[in-house]
Ligand binder design. Structure first.
Ligand code: SER
Length: 603
């Protein structure tokens, strides 16, 4: 059975039992903090449904089912073993105060074993676990009674809250669960409780479905009461179910990965299964993340994207595999899921975004190569004295970090004196202090302190400057700025009063960026390069040689603002929306040729 057919059978099965079929939500968690429990991505099918599990009414009714895109990056080091991937889909069905244990268990069993409507798995290869109970919640004998209609009692095992209790964070709905396991070997037969645990540990069993009976409310990790309704939340990993159905013990040997692995195999000089799996999984995840609007950056979601792409490129390098296969991989990922998730996707744009990281990595490799040349030369001229100043010059002008210089020196058998290293560190500190002073001066002029509201106003101020330049031309420059919890005050060069009409347009520019969920990214750049590009900045002289450039852009690649700044800023423009909309309250003269604006965020 293909993965597509498994997904379809699951959704059809529950549609037939009066469930509304939901489209997968975006991988990016909702802005509603109640709904996210502060994870960066949806990590389970139930996550977009948290408000409804807590009692809110869902417009599609009380029976729902979906195949939800999920990304988990907690086990990054384990990706490439038999069962871990960063991207996966979770099949799930939900009851929002509608049916409870009896129907949930009965349908799980039917779907797993029915040959016509479900998967037709051999009942003799299935085992289940139920919640053993604790001080707060009783042992789930009710679930056992229901299971006994389908499975002999000695194949039902009690487990404690480590395995059979589900929550989505410290403040979430929660409840005991019952899990279903499949015998991968086909020969396990009846197992005692100890034998069952051992078989699970030996990966002879695979957990394929989890039904949670969600009726408790957690706050700060503690049960504080019951939910207004008794819910069911189930989750089955499509990759694992597919492995079972395709007769393999690992998720990479399925139609969800094989087309990608074949491309890597064809391109690699030095094929390695583990590295190939990492490439396949990480490129797949990157395509999904970019498609859902994640932009490479140094924090949050954008940083996760950068990190997995770096890992993918390293694995390609390990296998001596050309990065030219990347567009083929992107294409294969999109083909695999086109009808579901990639109807009008622009493959080329995705490829361009992925390549950003390759370019970064190329740069690092170039720096190291340059370093190798320099140290080789020193080796060939044994009279050269490596001083602290020399080492710092390498760091500041060639981008070769001190730690890397020391490594290369060691590699070439070049002695560097303790004094030289100390001197280099002292010079570095001096340099940092100088640049910090410059930044602090700037900081004082702009931000009085660092609070979430002040950050939000600060980022909004960048957008406002970009909006003013769009409306009034590029002769508009920042003259000063001062931001408090209440407002941003911004001085800029311009010779006459700015009309209300123009101010309205500037407001619209700012709010439009916020509402389209544009993202904030930051990049380190050599000052001279930044000056020559389209970066907006004043007080260039106050900045160190390497500057921070902040870019606000949306997932279509539109750039709203690109400005030199010491920070700090929000990572994500939804953090501005929390404080309301941007309004310009006042525009007045500040001094000759300088105007002053006061603006706020208000609900
Ligand atoms: N929330 C549970 C899980 O992710 C069931 O959907 O396993």
């Amino acid at each position: 059975m293909t993965s597509q057919e498994i997904r379809k059978r699951f959704l059809d099965f529950f549609a037939k039992r009066n469930h509304a079929i939901l489209d997968s939500a975006s991988l990016i968690t909702a802005d509603d903090p109640k709904a996210t429990n502060a994870t960066l991505f949806n990590t389970a099918g139930m996550q977009p449904l948290i408000p409804y599990l807590m009692g809110e009414k869902h417009s599609r009714g009380t029976r729902l089912a979906s195949s939800q895109k999920c990304v988990r990056t907690g086990d990054l080091e384990e990706v490439g073993d038999n069962t871990h991937a960063t991207f996966f889909e979770m099949l799930g069905n939900w009851s929002l105060g509608d049916y409870f244990k009896k129907e949930a268990i009965t349908w799980s069993w039917e779907f797993l074993t029915d040959i016509n409507e479900g998967l037709g798995l051999d009942p003799n290869r299935l085992y289940v676990t139920v919640f053993a109970g604790n001080d707060m919640v009783p042992r789930d004998t009710e679930a056992v009674e229901i299971w006994k209609q389908f499975i002999p009692e000695h194949r039902i095992y009690y487990r404690d809250s480590k395995d059979n209790w589900w929550t989505a964070g410290a403040n979430s709905p929660a409840g005991p669960s019952t899990e279903m396991f499949y015998d991968l070997t086909g020969g396990l037969g009846d197992l005692s409780a100890e034998e069952f645990e051992q078989a699970d540990e030996d990966q002879k069993l695979i957990e394929i479905w989890n039904d949670v009976f969600m009726s408790y409310r957690l706050e700060g990790g503690e049960i504080v009461g019951e939910l207004p309704q008794k819910n069911v939340d189930t989750g089955a990993g499509l990759e694992r179910v597919t492995a079972v159905m395709q007769g393999t013990t690992n998720i990479f040997d399925t139609d969800l990965f094989l087309p990608l692995l074949t491309i890597v195999k064809d391109g690699a000089e030095n094929y390695n299964e583990r590295h190939a799996r990492i490439v396949a999984d990480h490129i797949k995840t990157a395509v999904f993340l970019i498609n859902d609007g994640v932009v490479i950056s140094n924090t949050g979601r954008g940083y996760v994207l950068r990190r997995i792409l770096r890992r993918a490129y390293s694995s390609l390098e390990e296998m001596q595999c050309s990065e030219k296969i990347i567009p083929d991989l992107i294409h294969a990922v999109i083909e695999m899921y086109r009808d579901l998730y990639f109807k009008d996707v622009d493959e080329k744009k995705i490829a361009v975004k992925i390549k950003i990281v390759a370019t970064e990595m190329d740069k690092i490799i170039r720096i190291i190569k340059r370093g190798v040349k320099i140290f080789k030369k020193i080796k060939d001229n044994p009279n050269t004295l490596v001083t602290g100043k020399f080492l710092m010059d390498l760091e500041q002008t060639q981008g070769l970090p001190l730690s890397m210089s020391l490594k290369l020196a060691k590699q070439f058998g070049i002695d560097i004196s303790h004094e030289a290293i100390q001197e280099a560190k002292r010079l570095r500190k001096e340099h940092q202090e100088l640049s910090r002073k410059g930044a602090a001066q700037k900081f004082k002029g702009g931000l009085a302190e660092d609070t979430p509201k002040i950050r939000a106003l600060h980022t909004a101020t960048h957008l406002m400057l970009a909006g003013l330049r769009q409306e009034l031309g590029n002769d508009v420059h920042q003259k000063g700025s001062n931001i408090t919890e209440e407002r941003t005050r911004f001085d800029f060069t311009y010779n006459e009063k700015v009309s209300r009409e123009t101010l309205d347009k500037v407001e619209e520019y700012v709010n439009n960026a916020i509402q389209t969920h544009a993202k904030m990214g930051v990049q380190l750049m050599e000052k001279e390069k930044a000056k020559q590009s389209d970066v907006v900045g004043s007080f260039w002289e106050k900045y160190p040689d390497t500057v921070k450039v902040w870019t606000i852009s949306d997932n279509k690649g539109n750039i709203y603002s690109r400005e030199l700044c010491g920070g700090p800023h929000v990572d994500d423009l939804s953090q501005i929306a929390e404080f309301g909309v941007f309004k310009i309250k006042k525009e007045e003269s500040s001094s000759a040729g300088v105007r002053r604006i006061k603006a706020v965020l208000e609900k």
